[in-house]
Design a protein around this ligand. Sequence first.
Ligand SMILES: C[S@@+](CC[C@H](N)C(=O)[O-])C[C@H]1O[C@@H](n2cnc3c(N)ncnc32)[C@H](O)[C@@H]1O
Length: 270
Amino acid sequence: MGDIYVPNAFSNIDAHPHPVRLVNALYRLRSEPFFASYKQRLRELLQARPGQRFLDIGAGTGDAVRELADETGAEVVACDLSQTMCAEMKHAGVPRVAVADCHRLPFKDATFDGAWADRVLQHVEEPDRALDEMLRVVRPGGRIVVCDPDTSTQALNIADHLLAAKVLGLRQTSSIRHGTFARRVPGLLTARGLLDVEVEPRTLLVRDKRTVDGTMGIRDWADVFADRGYLDRAEARRFNALLDDAIEGGQFLYSVTYFLTSATMPTDRR
Ligand SMILES: C[S@@+](CC[C@H](N)C(=O)[O-])C[C@H]1O[C@@H](n2cnc3c(N)ncnc32)[C@H](O)[C@@H]1O
């Protein structure tokens, strides 16, 4: 049953019963066209040049670290709270990897020409503090990019819309620590005096069986909530049956919008 996407799985990967499955889940997501596309845009928004230094906060498997370094000639440092993820990055040849909590980055002020956090701040204990920490380590004029989905933008089509809304509500309140932080990021950066604050919405759309089964954990949502007592077993069974019906009948649709926010550090701030 659903033992990958347990609530808050990505907040503390090393405490997960099967951390390697989370590593594999990240690799699978990475290969999906939606993720490949917004991640490419994220790298463009960093405006990296050869010889500059960038920081990937919560780098996961480190794919973006390698890609940005290969594409631009910039030096890219990876950090992640998880020992499992850091070991995976080292194994995959990422040269500079630090086990670090993004609330307390082990870098001096203004060390980097830019930093990014991709699907990380939604999972951390204090995202506002983590954002401030990110700004601290980037030099004046440097680049910041933050990307997260906003769980309140979710839509799900199965035959029982009330049950769909209940499960989506649980995903908002019980799956991810700060599922709506993404919408606050542009305002937080503006309030901190950052320049060129821009937001690009990207909507993930899932309609086919392969994606339902393989990438989003959708198949496991109801069972995971039932395991934790948030949903009746009967409701979980009904959800799963309606999910199958919707997929088989070509009726299934799930979507959620990601906000990709970019900005430039002010030059007169420090
Ligand atoms: C959903 S994964 C995203 C990984 C990667 N950024 C990507 O786009 O594939 C979230 C990552 O954030 C890391 N993470 C969670 N809390 C963290 C924290 N407090 N400090 C640093 N990393 C953290 C997790 O260990 C995990 O690798």
